[in-house]
Design a protein around this ligand. Structure first.
Ligand code: PEP
Ligand code: MG
Length: 568
């Protein structure tokens, strides 16, 4: 059995699909066979590529959609284009090996598309790269990763699951995910939870130790992966999977119920989303709004800065979908582990403490104003609120609010509608913001505690680094004191205090958050009903008495044990 980080709950049973990035390197050389033989070798690789792509396109038509499938058939058309084929065969006739001929011609097409003024044409560069990799893999006899067309009951084994890889996953056929890197709050974990796929991350060397076709049990709740278990163990796992499905069904009793403590104190229970379509998942899971829309995913999915109209359309879609419910949209949180290549940010030695998030945005005010104007325009269609990431000082809030006012003046001049009383709040996710929370509360309309980063920065433990994961825990007294202080400062100032870090859905922590006086819980959509259930189990007096004991404890282990012992 392998142990790793329990990143997404549930038990997945299925067959391993090891997705190893193939090595597509080759030695450029002159070919040894006749020109005709080398051209035939190329044509048979092209043929194999086209046939595979056609099968993929057919499957995608059903599983993903017509337009995505068309991208695949477009690859076949481009690769078989007589001009491209002629350019390649001509090079082979000059003595080049097929691999080098393909590479050179793809480079030529890439530069041609890349130089275009039209975005649509520039976007074809990605198609060239896909074609190059696809045919090259055939020439070299290698297999490429394709997560969009997996057989039913697949368990993906991969070194790291990037957001773009995750976006292509065919959710229906994936029973589990196992990776070699990443922690509970890494973006692959967050996305796996949103997709409701059991996931265990940071399983050392899983790509080499697990083989294609192995039968696996992925216990995403415990963080365990069992390879080829004996029949009795497999039977037990199947029973446990059935029990977890039953528990999920039982939570349906909380659908449509108000979110309140056992003594009737109302809380707001909202969802974290990463793209406009997730808003549908949020309402399906009975969320009472959106507590965090990570707008950076819009930027990460694009090939260049999304225009004001594109952003507006995305924000408006969420606002309309959530009707009158609150929708907190966080402005671009770039940097750290969220790279956006076209922003061409300089490499930094310590990117998590570098030029990122609100720091980057305030330094690029014209670009930031595009987003702020889009957000303001969307506020005419619902209860949209603006949230600033990674704030460390009051100046940042004041500068951002000044830009919001500038945008308002511009929109007024153009007679464009927006909510003149739009709320602007901040994430509290740095120790600095926590320490000045009393002053920040006077400048902000709301707080949302970002425990994912707050834990990391408070404990000086990178959230993705396995070697310091023993320190990365919300149960550390330092983190708990910080959270308590933030909630108290916000409540004293009369502003709403919520939490959108993963800790908001931690069943053990919820009574502490009730005791501190947290007003809003923003969790991944699949955690909504369970969070409502746990909130409903505690009275304020019970939570206070537990908090009194727990806040006197000295270590994270003691805190966790005390909370586990008190759990209902
Ligand atoms: C956080 O830091 O808690 C948070 C919600 O932001 P992100 O996970 O996107 O950094
Ligand atoms: Mg954060």
């Amino acid at each position: 059995m392998f142990e790793g980080v329990n990143a997404s709950d549930g038990i997945g049973i299925g067959t391993a699909q090891v997705a190893v990035e193939p090595d597509l390197s080759y030695t450029p050389s002159t070919h040894q066979d006749t020109d005709e033989e080398e051209i035939a070798r190329y044509k048979s690789a092209l043929d194999a590529f086209s046939k595979k792509t056609e099968v993929q396109a057919d499957r995608m038509k059903v599983s993903v959609g017509e337009s995505e499938a068309e991208i695949m058939t477009g690859h076949i058309t481009m690769a078989s284009d007589p001009f491209m084929v002629d350019e390649i065969t001509n090079r082979i006739k000059q003595g080049m090996c097929a691999e080098q001929a393909l590479d050179e011609v793809c480079d030529m097409f890439y530069s041609m598309f890349d130089a275009s003024d039209e975005q649509l044409i520039r976007e074809r560069c990605a198609d060239v790269q896909d074609i190059r990799a696809g045919i090259m893999a055939e020439l070299l006899g290698k297999q490429l990763i394709d997560l969009s067309v997996l057989p039913e009951g697949s368990i993906i084994i991969v070194h790291d699951l990037t957001p773009s890889m995750t976006a292509s996953i065919d959710k229906e056929n994936v029973a589990g995910i196992v990776t070699e890197t990443g922690g509970r709050t890494s973006h692959s974990a967050i996305i796996a939870r949103a997709l409701e796929i059991p996931a265990v991350l940071s399983v050392k060397d899983c790509c080499t130790s697990i083989r294609n076709g192995d039968t696996l049990v992925v216990n995403g709740t415990k963080g365990e992966v069992t390879v080829n278990p004996p029949a009795d163990e497999l039977e037990r796992a199947k029973k446990a999977a059935a029990a977890s499905a039953a528990e999920k069904a039982a939570l349906e009793a909380y659908r449509g119920k108000p979110t309140e403590t056992a003594d009737g104190d109302k809380k707001l229970l909202v969802a974290n989303i990463g793209n406009p379509d997730d808003a549908t998942g949020a309402t399906e899971h009975d969320a009472e709004g959106v507590g965090l829309f990570r707008s950076e995913f819009l930027f990460m999915d694009a090939k260049e800065l999304p225009s004001e109209d594109d952003q507006f359309a995305a924000y408006q879609k969420v606002a309309l979908r959530m009707k009158d419910q609150p929708v907190i949209i966080r402005t671009l949180d770039v940097g750290g582990d969220k790279e956006i290549p076209y922003l061409n940010l300089q490499k930094e030695d310590n990117p998590f403490m570098g030029f990122r998030a609100v720091r980057y945005c305030l330094n690029n005010p014209d670009q930031y104003k595009v987003q702020l104007r889009a957000l303001l325009r969307a506020s005419a269609f619902g209860d949209v609120k603006i949230m600033l990431p990674l704030v460390t000082c009051i100046d940042e809030v004041r500068s951002a609010k000044a830009l919001v006012r500038e945008c308002m003046t511009e929109l007024d001049a153009q007679d464009v509608e927006y909510n003149k009383d739009i709320e602007v709040g901040t994430m509290i996710e740095t120790p600095a913001a926590s320490l000045i929370a009393d002053d920040l509360a006077k400048e902000c309309d709301f707080f949302s505690i970002g425990t994912n980063d707050l834990i990391g920065y408070t404990m000086c433990a990178d959230r993705g680094n396995d070697r310091v994961s023993y320190l990365y825990s919300v149960y550390n007294p330092a983190v708990l004191r910080s959270i308590k202080r933030i909630v108290e400062c916000g409540n004293d100032a009369g502003i709403m205090v919520g939490m959108c870090g993963e800790a908001a859905a931690d069943p053990l922590l919820i009574p502490m958050l009730i005791s501190f006086g947290l007003g809003e819980f923003s969790v991944s959509a699949p955690s909504i009903l369970r969070t409502r259930k746990i909130i409903s189990q505690w009275t304020k007096a019970e939570a206070d008495s537990l908090a009194e004991t727990v806040m006197a404890l000295k270590t994270a282990d003691e805190v966790k044990c005390a909370l586990a012992a008190a759990a209902k």
